[in-house]
Design a protein around this ligand. Structure first.
Ligand code: HEC
Length: 125
C-alpha cells in the first residue's frame, strides 16, 4: 500500500514544485520594449505621427469620404470624439472593425502610446 501511494505522491510533488517554472514575468506580462517612451506624449508629434503613417491614407480629412468609411481621424476634435472606437479597432477588439483595414496591427509601442495619451486625459499639446 505504502509503495503505491509513494508512486503517485512523488510525481505530484515534482509537478507542484516545477509547474510554475514557465510563469516568468516576461511571458505573463510581455513588456513593450524599454525604448518605447510613454512619458510626456505629445498629440502634435507622437499621436499625429502614428495616425499619419498608418491611418491617414484612409482617414485623413481629404481621404475619409473615399476610403475611410467617412470617418476623419486627422483633427484633434475628431480623434477625441472617436477615441474609444479608435482604441478598440487598433487592438483588434471584436466589437470594432480591425484597423488598419487590410493591414497588420500597428506595433505594441504605438498602441501603448495612444492608450497612454488617452489615460493622460487626451492633452492637445
Ligand atoms: C485602407 C484604408 C484604411 C486604413 C489604412 C485605416 N482604416 Fe479605419 N476604416 C476604414 C474603413 C473603410 C472603415 C469603415 C468600416 C469598415 O469598412 O470596416 C474604417 C473604420 C474605422 C473606424 C470606425 C470603427 C467603428 O466603430 O465604426 C475606426 C475607429 C478606424 N477605422 C480607425 C482606424 C485607425 C486608428 C487606423 C490606423 C491605425 C485606420 N482606421 C486605418 C479604412 C481604413
Amino acid at each position: 500500500m505504502k509503495t503505491i501511494s509513494m508512486k503517485f505522491l512523488i510525481p505530484v510533488i515534482i509537478l507542484l514544485t516545477t509547474a510554475c517554472y514557465y510563469d516568468s514575468e516576461e511571458i505573463l506580462f510581455p513588456e513593450v520594449g524599454t525604448d518605447c517612451n510613454l512619458v510626456d506624449l505629445s498629440f502634435s508629434e507622437d499621436i499625429t505621427l502614428i495616425l499619419n503613417n498608418n491611418c491617414w491614407s484612409c482617414h485623413s480629412n481629404a481621404n475619409a469620404a473615399s476610403f475611410g468609411g467617412n470617418l476623419k481621424l486627422q483633427n484633434y476634435a475628431d480623434i477625441v470624439q472617436n477615441i474609444d472606437a479608435l482604441i478598440g479597432s487598433i487592438n483588434h477588439n471584436s466589437s470594432y472593425p480591425a484597423m488598419p483595414k487590410n493591414g497588420g496591427k500597428i506595433s505594441d509601442c504605438q498602441i501603448q502610446k495612444i492608450e497612454t495619451w488617452n489615460t493622460d486625459g487626451l492633452p492637445n499639446n
